[in-house]
Ligand binder design. Structure first.
Ligand SMILES: [Zn+2]
Length: 403
């Protein structure tokens, strides 16, 4: 059974690889091991980086790394067991995930860091006490001890876009984006609160102007596990309709339309007279920690996309990427949902209907719930449920096939 679990998420999407397509992805081109009697370092040479999961298992003690959308290059040699490492193997998991299992003589703390390599990227797993030299590099990520029994709620910050002096987009019938986003945000909070183990916090619950960074700060102050910003898109072509889901981009927008949209949403701060913060509109520079957060955001956003697709509300079937300032939080996985086109007369009408607001809200809530069911944060009720499910399903790592 899983004893220590770490954070999850697919970072492949932010590398512009089209992470939703299993046919494209990274290649594992080399594995190196150095080990002594009480520590080990495993280096994985990859064409691109995407750490989905790092966790440890016992009986026997193992460290497991899941790499989404990754395949093994031909002719890779597994390093021979040495020191504390008694064996290594690689197996395929569903949906194109490659699993690397390192078996140990005894349990060791594990953490990972990404670095550059000749092949592209390098994932270094350090098993054993953290050494000082690692601290000088990119921020390491730790496989944490799961706390014994926590049952706190997963907290979702629900952000109604625009507000106050910033009306957002305005429909041909005069509907203001700031009003429908507030209505949908309230419906979403209600839908989330109705889920056992979840609690919603609204960044605004009235017609109020908020700076983008204020919205993030409120989510952070509420100890949010996720941030969902609700918007309604607008475009010149009135025939275009449907929802899209966005996460922060590390390498430019996924389309010109996404870039223009991000510029428009980012301009909200300018409407409130906050002109001094030019930095907010600069391209987003990401460190390792933020890249990981985007990976988590993208995999949660994929769930919301599926849920919206399930109710037939989708414009784009893939998670979109762009440089939204409101999604820049370095700690809280964040997504922005453009629920519909307020510029489409039929959607504008529907956006005003409480039944449609509730329908969109329920779909978003079910996507969020689906994500946390699969990826429960430590100390939450979701985690307790997950742990008991895994226990009854048996040892997860035994699913790794030996090549
Ligand atoms: Zn908006």
């Amino acid at each position: 059974m899983i004893r220590k679990v770490f954070r999850q998420g697919s970072v492949a999407t932010l590398l512009g690889l089209g992470a939703l397509s299993p046919s494209i992805g990274a290649e594992l081109r080399g594995i190196h091991l150095s080990s002594d009697t009480n520590s080990a370092q495993v280096t994985l040479e990859l064409t691109d980086g995407a750490l989905q999961k790092l966790f440890t298992l016992d009986h026997p003690d193992r460290v497991v790394v899941d790499l989404p959308h990754t395949h093994l290059a031909r002719g890779i040699r597994m390093p021979a067991p040495a020191g504390v490492v008694t064996g290594m193997r690689i197996g395929s998991q569903p949906h194109g995930t490659l699993r690397v299992v390192v078996q140990l003589k005894s349990a060791l703390p594990a953490h990972s860091t990404w670095g550059a390599a000749d092949t592209g990227r390098q994932l270094v797993l350090t098993l054993g006490p953290l050494v000082a030299s690692i601290n000088s590099g990119p921020k390491p990520v730790y496989a944490l001890h799961a706390p014994g029994d926590g049952d706190r709620d997963v907290i979702i910050a629900v952000d109604a876009g625009h507000g106050g002096v910033d009306p957002g987009a305005i429909g041909h019938g005069g509907t203001r984006e700031k009003d429908v986003t507030l209505a949908i945000a309230r419906a979403l909070a209600k839908a989330l609160d109705a889920e056992p183990g979840m609690r919603a916090v609204l960044t605004r619950d009235r017609d109020q102007f908020l700076e983008l960074r204020d919205r993030m700060a409120r989510a952070h102050a509420a100890h949010a596990d996720m941030f969902v910003s609700v918007h309604a898109d607008s475009i010149r072509d009135r025939s275009i309709s449907g929802a899209s889901v966005y996460v922060l981009s590390a390498h430019g927008a996924s389309s010109e339309a996404a870039r223009v949209l991000a510029e428009r949403e980012n301009a909200a701060d300018l409407m409130g007279g906050i002109l001094e913060d030019k930095g907010a509109l600069r391209p987003v520079l990401l460190d390792e920690a933020q890249s990981q957060i985007i990976g988590i955001s993208a995999s949660a956003a994929e769930r919301v996309v599926s849920a919206l697709e399930g109710v037939g509300e989708l414009r784009r079937a893939q998670v979109q990427h762009a440089g939204f300032v409101v999604l820049k939080s370095p700690e809280v996985p964040s997504m922005l949902v453009e629920t519909a086109y307020i510029s489409n007369p039929a959607e504008e009408r529907r956006l005003r209907e409480p039944s449609q607001q509730a329908r969109l809200a329920r779909a978003i809530a079910s996507g969020v719930r689906s994500y946390f069911t699969q990826n429960p944060p430590d100390g939450t009720r979701f985690k307790q449920v997950r742990r008991s499910t895994l226990a009854s399903a048996g040892d997860a790592a035994s699913a790794a096939t030996t090549p």
